[in-house]
Design a protein around this ligand. Sequence first.
Ligand code: PLP
Length: 374
Amino acid sequence: MAGQRYLDFNATAPPRPEVIEAVADAMREGGNASSVHGTGRLARGGVEQARHSVAALVGADPANVVFTGSGTEANNQALRASGRKRLIVTAIEHESVLQARPDAVICPILSCGTVDLEALERLLMASDEPALVAVMAANNETGILQPVRDVARLAHEHGALLHCDAVQAAGKIPVDVGPLGADFIALSAHKIGGPQGVGALICRNRQSIERFVHGGGQEGGLRAGTENVPGIVGFGVAATSALDGLDDFAALAGLRDILERRAREIEPAITVFGGDLPRLPNTSKFSTPGLSSEVQVMGLDLAGTAISAGSACSAGRVEMPYVLAAMGVPEDIALSAVRVSLGWTSTMADIDAFLDGWAALRARHLARAANPAT
Ligand code: PLP
């Protein structure tokens, strides 16, 4: 990726070589998966094989996989087409959940970064109107895992449906729709080495969701639009590779922990978010006193390593990152946080390069603070 050391897998993962090949093959073969002729049937075969592979990634019945144009679209469909008028979403959901239904009630988060189950129960009991609850499996910024099974139990006890955004979790940790208890699950191909612009909505019961994109009868009538055959084929290949690679992905926690330990040796005052909680093995979100997120991201970029800040800059003003705000993190700490997210290409040399660049930045910052005239 641009010749950089790429430590931003939670933003998008590099496409896997086998995915690139499969996508190119599918493009060469062409065909509309709805056509009845041989070329169309070949395309349909690719889509159906991918449906099985994506279903296998999360232990679902292939018949319950609806391919969408992105994880964002899958989240939108779950929130806008479940027929539920009352929505409860956690404060740290991805924008594609938070913005899908602006009338949704926000469920608070505990300071440790997990959903406040007592508050959720109070919200569920506040009305007899059946609700849809949305809770993500793993947060994209901190990697902190949410207690989805507990949320599912609570939601179902109160007659609610549960939507789980598993875009960051699936393919990184085991996700199994059965025990998870969610009624809908959103997935995205590009977070697991598949192509961008393709996702899936997994439904426990297809009757509980309506179409969201209207037009033709594709995807069993649940998502109109000519199927993105190369994208879907690539998603299927990525899903199989991710499933096969779950143990290797789990081992990334070792590299991530070395990174955090050595960063703390360099700067003992760093704050690691979710450091003592179950979290994605590849994700580290930490804050460095006095060193802004932007300075770190830009400085590391110049030094050849890609990481992310997680805070948006709008109209020249850096905004408080809402995930950390929901956890009650003070502004100065939140605005000096960065996210490092590893993946299957990550090596010890990447960690060394990150730490060298980061330590040099910090040293320059300390030197300037000691002598502002320079
Ligand atoms: N949900 C989460 C947790 C994400 O991290 C993202 C992407 O960053 C999405 C949903 C959106 O997925 P897509 O990029 O496929 O629209």
